[in-house]
Design a protein around this ligand. Sequence first.
Ligand code: TXA
Ligand code: MG
Length: 364
Amino acid sequence: METQICQVDAKYPQPELIAQAAQIIRGGGLVAFPTETVYGLGGNALAESASAKIYAAKGRPSDNPLIVHIADLETLPLVAARISEKASRLMDAFWPGPLTLIFEKTPAVPYTTTGGLDTVAVRMPAHEAALQLIRAAGVPVAAPSANASGRPSPTCAAHVATDLSGRIDLLLDGGSADIGVESTIVDMTVEPPMILRPGYITEEMLREIIGAVSVDPAIQGESTLRPKAPGMRYRHYAPKAPLTIVEEERASAHDAEGNAAVMKICALAAELGTDKRIGIIGTDESLAYYRAYGAPEQEAGWIVKSVGSRSDEAGIARNLYRVLREFDEETVDVIFSESFARDHLGQAIMNRLSKAAGQHVIKV
Ligand code: TXA
Ligand code: MG
């Protein structure tokens, strides 16, 4: 199959392009499209054959359920049952936006879409091209992140093309994703509602709207419990080179000056000697330190990349997957990463980074 790639205007999507993409989805095909979080791989959520195609294109285990994307609230009762008052408040506050809610599913949603579960994950993305595509398709759109299973989620069309070219009908290129990490997932079938995957909508933001929320204990710290969201159970993404996070235990994680973690990374890298190629995930604030401390070694192979500025957590979220993908392209032997505060958006950043590191964290 040849994958057609078309540029879509993210604000004013071209109607004829949207119509073509919608036609593909209605006809049972697959279209990758931009959302505000990451690119999605879309197919008709109500057709068993479409979800089967999605799993095949991604090489994804078929017990890992897909998120159903809708463009208006009127469609919600078609796919979800028992919509609570708290859920309505969250939808009022955050939809369209990077929040996925889990409900009891209706019979209209096939078990292939929900990975055999009686619940369904639903989200209304805050992206004009995505919303118009879903509306034009006239059906809810099942869309996991548009990466090959085991790779970081795609934050631009080039990432999607690398992973899925030749496996999908159409790729709508709408530029870089604004947020860069996947939506927050909240299970509304339990009381209090439970965060199954942290994301841009933080625990604090949810609490402001509905009061108590819990967090799946399995996704906190270095837990060995079994996460409730099937997708969180997989070692989502393992970089080709082993990744170690160096975390400072003192509360100075926001402060680059005299950062003990940076010094520790320099020491660890220096210990490995000059015949290893060493990848370092740093920040705008620390790049100069690595240059200063690593100067002689750098020639021999320190590759230091900034994931953004510590003063801009959203920027770090936006860059994280791109930087991880870049290190897969460089042939580094090991990767060290600085760590970030685990509150607010940092909860999502550290969740994804720790998973990539297989929970391998050194504390200093
Ligand atoms: O931001 C996002 O959510 C992106 C964009 C494309 O919308 N989508 C996304 O989908 O990240 P995916 O398939 O990569 O991740 C979906 C996650 C998986 O961890 C899956 O196990 C979980 O949602 N999930 C889906 N349905 C569920 C359900 N009924 N119960 C528990 N977890 C569910
Ligand atoms: Mg994914």
